[in-house]
Design a protein around this ligand. Sequence first.
Ligand SMILES: O=C(O)c1cc(=O)[nH]c(=O)n1[C@@H]1O[C@H](COP(=O)(O)O)[C@@H](O)[C@H]1O
Length: 280
Amino acid sequence: MSPLEPFGARLRHAMDARGPLCVGIDPHDSLLSAWGLHDDVQGLERFTRTVVDALADRVAVFKPQSAFFERFGSRGVAVLERAVADLRDAGALVVLDAKRGDIGSTMTAYAETFLRKDSPLFADALTVSPYLGYGSLKPAVDLARDNGCGLFVLALTSNPEGAEVQRAVREDGRTVAATMLAHLAAENAGEAPLGSFGAVVGATLGDLSSYDLDINGPLLAPGIGAQGATPADLPAVFGAAVRNVVPSVSRGVLRHGPDAAALRAAAERYADEVRAAAGA
Ligand SMILES: O=C(O)c1cc(=O)[nH]c(=O)n1[C@@H]1O[C@H](COP(=O)(O)O)[C@@H](O)[C@H]1O
């Protein structure tokens, strides 16, 4: 296998070519039911195939949420494996949303699951939790760097409960989230056009001007659509860093299915609205 270009560069090119949008693939039981499908592995398979067939050739980034596949056991994971491979074959980038985080050799095993080229779940990037200490993520950082992959580190999550950990103030006066952002800025130093080590920063959080979001890396921004944020909110939340935002929408797009044309129209509308809001 030829070496991949670094994830950050691939992400920048993909968003330039296909528009600034990540579609989350979250097969909730309520969505399966709304699509007239059963909450079983056949329903999961049909749902996932419909999303892949409708959008894989036109959306820049997809973020399948692993839990919705894992809940069906090994057959659900097989659906996820196939989706990841098909999305990548169609030229899209895949961020696997598995939010892994552990220590030492266990973190190495998680990294190998998602970031080793011969793994059945090899993806372009992985969401990771740094709350066992940023340094515990080193095996994933190293493997991502070696294989042209990226990471999205939970920094300021879209849910209100996140604040008690992420906004806690350390002995040095910095918040925990600011510390994570500083680690990522260090990983990405000198990279062009964009580093590969991103932060997850919710689009729901309002003004974040007290945080330095200039990490020279992507900012994955969930919270648009079902959680209440809109593309028009992005400049007020992210300021100048809006150019590096990867807005992520799951239910806001998926609720338009199973009709393929309606899914495509919804994705296109979000990408257009983000472009207009970011002044791109
Ligand atoms: O890492 C994530 O993707 C994530 C981080 C965060 O802070 N908030 C958040 O909602 N997410 C994920 O983004 C998706 C949001 O889905 P919707 O609210 O349906 O667009 C879910 O898969 C969440 O797990």
